[in-house]
Write a protein that binds this ligand. Structure first.
Ligand code: 6DK
Ligand code: ZN
Length: 378
């Protein structure tokens, strides 16, 4: 068993009611990952994001306070290699010897980034196994760098290691059979999709990085061709032909890129562990997302997933760039994790126009794999 597990076990012996607590994972060393300042504008994925969330949780009496604090341990090479190629891991490690590195123009590293990425992944793995084994009730991983764009062999979109993927595999190592990953970041979790789209035991949730259509365009992949379909694409008023990407090599139907459909597929999948890739960049006020989700909206979404897998729910921070928006959103999510009521539903938004078109497109495709979609939509 890992050091982190024994740390949690030790805490458990001191706190017999720990298994009724919400754990919050945080480690100050993750604040050292920062862009070496050579530009006039600070990078949106900056250390103050975690400082702001932490300050807001403290003010609300949640952390420190009602939540159980868990500190991070570094993920091992062995655990990381289940998700990433050795070349990728080495490329990230190499940056710890370099003053300023870039994987892409947006994806920076300094000397502390590799360590921060190891801590973020290690924390997510420990939280996953602590939650799955019932040592804590549920948890929130306050981590950076984020992870959902990191694929098997590349860092991109501010992400170095895929924290959600590492957590999913840790949950499986602890005995989970079916892990649901819901990604509500405004950007497509292309890294998570790549890692799992040939894996039936897990499943994933347009604009950057340009992927994630309900039926994704094929670019040189060896894909089981299901059908040829059409999707309205962008604002150029044109229709393009696409082949369907819904998972590959026997895992068809296990990758669902879907704008929320009242949970039909998630219920049919019946996960025994749920991970939310929780970006808060769809929040009202976010400079990158330009969407309008309120803290009450995040409470509702958390509540929809709260009891899905017997309460075994891990929320992992991804993006989110307005310090006030991410602080109030994260606080709302954690309040629901603690068992508070999410407040009244503000009413269903019935999709129309292009939104309706997208929902119907997703259902039309995923219906091939999930019978519940045939009968339940509403
Ligand atoms: N770059 C993420 O939120 C990362 O999904 C989003 C990555 C977007 C890259 C394109 C982009 C900018 C914008 C403004 C300033 C600098 C760079 F992984 C997550 F963090 F979760 O908008
Ligand atoms: Zn994002």
């Amino acid at each position: 068993s890992t050091e982190g597990e024994s740390e949690v076990r030790e805490m458990h012996s001191q706190h017999p009611t720990l298994n009724s607590l919400t754990a919050v994972g945080f480690d100050e060393r993750m604040l050292l990952h920062s862009e070496v300042q050579m530009k006039s504008h600070p990078h949106p994925e900056r250390p103050d994001r975690l400082r702001a969330i932490a300050a807001s949780l403290a003010t609300a009496g949640l952390f420190p306070g009602r939540c159980y604090p868990i500190s991070a341990r570094e993920i091992t090479l062995e655990e990381l290699q289940v998700v990433h190629s050795l070349e990728h891991i080495q490329a990230v490690e190499l940056t710890s010897h370099i003053f300023a590195s870039y994987f892409t123009p947006d994806t920076y590293a300094n000397e502390h980034s590799a360590c921060a990425a190891r801590l973020a992944a290690g924390l997510c793995a420990d939280l996953a196994s602590a939650i799955f084994s019932g040592r804590v009730k549920n948890g929130f991983a306050m981590v950076r760098p984020p992870g959902h764009h990191a694929g098997v062999r590349e860092a991109m979109g501010f992400c170095l290691h895929n924290n959600a993927a590492v957590a999913a595999l840790a949950a499986q190592a602890a005995g989970a059979k079916k892990v649901l990953i819901v990604d509500w970041d405004v950007h497509h979790g292309n890294g998570t999709q790549e890692i799992f789209d040939q894996n039936k035991s897990t499943r994933g949730g347009k604009f950057y990085p340009g992927t994630g259509a309900a039926n994704e365009e094929v670019r040189g992949l060896n894909i089981t061709e299901l059908n040829e379909s059409r999707i309205f694409h962008g604002t150029d008023e044109s229709w393009h032909s696409f082949k369907t990407v819904v998972g590959r090599n026997g895992a068809e139907g296990y990758c669902v890129n879907i704008p929320w459909s009242r949970g039909a597929v998630a219920t049919e999948f019946a996960p025994d562990f749920t991970i939310i890739s929780a970006g808060f960049d769809a929040a009202r006020g976010d400079p990158l997302g330009c969407c309008d989700v309120t803290p009450a909206g995040y409470s509702q979404m958390t509540d929809m997933l709260y009891a899905l897998s017997g309460g075994k729910l891990l929320v992992i921070l991804e993006g989110g760039y307005n310090l006030r928006s991410i602080s109030s959103s994260a606080t709302s999510v954690i309040q629901v994790l603690l068992g508070e009521s999410p407040g009244p539903e503000l009413g269903n938004i019935i999709p129309s126009g292009a939104g309706l078109q997208t929902v119907l497109e997703v259902m039309n495709i995923q219906m091939n794999f999930w019978p519940s979609l045939l009968s339940s939509y509403g």
